[in-house]
Design a protein around this ligand. Sequence first.
Ligand code: ADP
Length: 356
Amino acid sequence: MAELSLQHIDKIYDNNVQAVFDFNMDVRDGELIVLVGPSGCGKSTTLRMVAGLEDISAGKLMLDGRDITSMPAKDRDMAMVFQNYALYGHMTVYENMAFSMTLRKENPNVIHRKVLAAAEILDLTNQLNKKPSQLSGGQRQRVAMGRAIVRNPKVFLFDEPLSNLDAKLRGATRREILLLHKRLQATMLYVTHDQTEALTLADRIVCMSMGHVQQIGTPLELYDTPANLFVAGFIGLPPMNFFDVRFEEGQLKGKGFTVQLTDAERHTLRAYNGQDITLGVRPEDICEGSDVAVKVFSNENLGMNTLVYGHMGDGLRVCAKLRGWAQYRPGDELRVDFGRKHFFDKTTTNAIRGEA
Ligand code: ADP
């Protein structure tokens, strides 16, 4: 069992920089939680507070109902995997994985059994006698994970573990981490700035900006119903298009363009009649149609899809992800319809959901 509870956690560094504000979350046993956000948003600080590598300035951290807010890192029964692997270059893979147990003077037979079991899980059985310098980046990262696995910790903590790998290896190692999670059924906290990693790995995502949690939810919840403008723009690639519009006469009027709405959308916006709002449309929710004219300036074929960039209305940039192999040339006019639309309050930047 490993249930974590972060309660009203703040972090204020010595130089009076507040890196984390009122972080609240209950992590269920066996959950894989991904903390995501741009550089400097406070995700590593949060992870390091959970690990015990940073003091918690205010609030409480509970592990299985026990207050561990002030417990030293070494007593927390957590293992951290870093982006730079932190392997010992003069030791073999075997020795690296055995190191913490050797230090604790565990029974050599137990050590041997645990290292072989971890190597098996990580497909490192044939690499045990090699030095880290003889391994690929992906294999080194697996050794770093092996070192965590042999400790059989209550909680695994990952700090940007894939950011030193090239794009192809990142994908492969990401899938290995998912399999590892399924196999170990362990509670994991994972930090990344990469929204793709968050969407593909997480049971639940915590999206952060400037030290504040913006939304906690499943990948689909963050993608489908982002809580505010920040989450809407951060999750999804290419990012959501945003337009300033006014809700008038049952339509959305922007600078030089008008968007038609469904009855349900008008209902959602009923409290905003005559007001300015922000309209958000994902590139993949734009299709060839009749509603809005776009003057194309770039056509990128990705194989199954084409990214078409253009201007609509009074020079507003828009990106559409069209199905198939489109062949628009710069200067072509494309007419599009907006499918699923997201609406945001101008003042609060919160999503307008239109509940009663
Ligand atoms: P992230 O992991 O999201 O990139 P961090 O948690 O590393 O962000 O940093 C959050 C904020 O705290 C940043 O403004 C950063 O400059 C600041 N910060 C991080 N570590 C320290 C430190 N040791 N002392 C002072 N400020 C720090």
